[in-house]
Design a protein around this ligand. Structure first.
Ligand SMILES: [Zn+2]
Ligand SMILES: [Zn+2]
Length: 253
């Protein structure tokens, strides 16, 4: 469709961005390893010994590592799972991950039904949690909202529909986003020649209205008096897509 062909304004709704509520996060109480060691000694009449490590132990535990729950020093920490950054504390038994050691212990609960979320996927960059409660109001409301047309494919392939509450726990730091961590896009958005406002316009026409890159460039020129090429539209859209990809990758459920 060309801009000239438009006789009347289109009545096309924006593609809605769905943002889920955050889960309820229960952070377990912290413990004191000194007290736990004293309790152990009182109960067993002998102290809990630090872990004996062979001199050539394959999976080393960094000396600076402490248990996130009870602060026990590294001499009480086992390296689990072949040393892939998973540890277990001998004093309080908690398991943790060096990359996400503080939140690892947190329990996520569904904001709609308050039931504990189940971890359904573990990826390098994120974990996916799901509310599997059939009585969850979020799930029930989504089922009710379904049109007749959607119902049939849903029954055949319930996995293809997002009807249950999902939460994605990202495991990476957000800081490196500013410089290096991802594949370098063609356009460095932090050094954009156009203003963020123009970038916003480009994305609105190109993404929300689904116009082609040429139509978008024409609209910018005709409506806003901004001259940019259709290739620039593509470059901007691709750069933004690369940056936001890890945050909106569809989750097969
Ligand atoms: Zn501990
Ligand atoms: Zn729920």
């Amino acid at each position: 469709m060309h801009l000239e062909d438009w006789d009347e304004p289109i009545q096309k709704p924006y593609r809605k961005l769905q943002v889920d509520d955050l889960p309820i996060i229960d952070v377990p109480e912290t413990l004191d390893y000194r007290k736990l060691l004293a309790d152990y000694e009182a109960q067993h009449r002998r102290p809990l010994r630090p872990i004996q490590r062979r001199a050539k132990a394959k999976h080393r535990v960094p000396d600076s590592l402490t248990c996130p729950r009870c602060q026990a020093p590294s001499s009480y920490l086992y390296a689990n799972h072949g040393g892939k950054g998973q540890y277990q504390c001998k004093v309080c038994q908690c398991r943790f991950n060096h990359r996400n050691r503080f939140t690892k212990q947190a329990v996520f609960r569904c904001p709609h039904c308050k039931k504990t979320l189940e971890k359904i996927k573990e990826r390098k960059e994120y974990n996916v949690y799901k509310c599997k409660n059939n009585d969850c109001p979020f799930y029930q409301a989504n089922l009710r909202r379904m049109t007749k047309k959607e119902r049939q494919p849903f029954q055949q392939d319930p996995q293809a529909f997002k009807v249950r509450y999902l939460f994605r726990e990202f495991l990476f730091d957000f800081l490196p986003l500013a410089s290096s961590s991802l594949i370098k896009p063609k356009v460095d958005l932090s050094r954009l020649a156009a203003s963020p406002h123009v970038l916003g316009l480009v994305l609105t026409y190109y993404v929300n209205f689904g116009m082609s890159s040429r139509e978008t460039a024409a609209a910018l020129k005709d409506i806003h008096g901004v001259s940019i090429s259709h290739q620039t539209v593509l470059n901007y859209a691709n750069s933004v897509a690369l940056w936001i990809k890890p945050f909106c990758r569809p989750v097969p459920v």
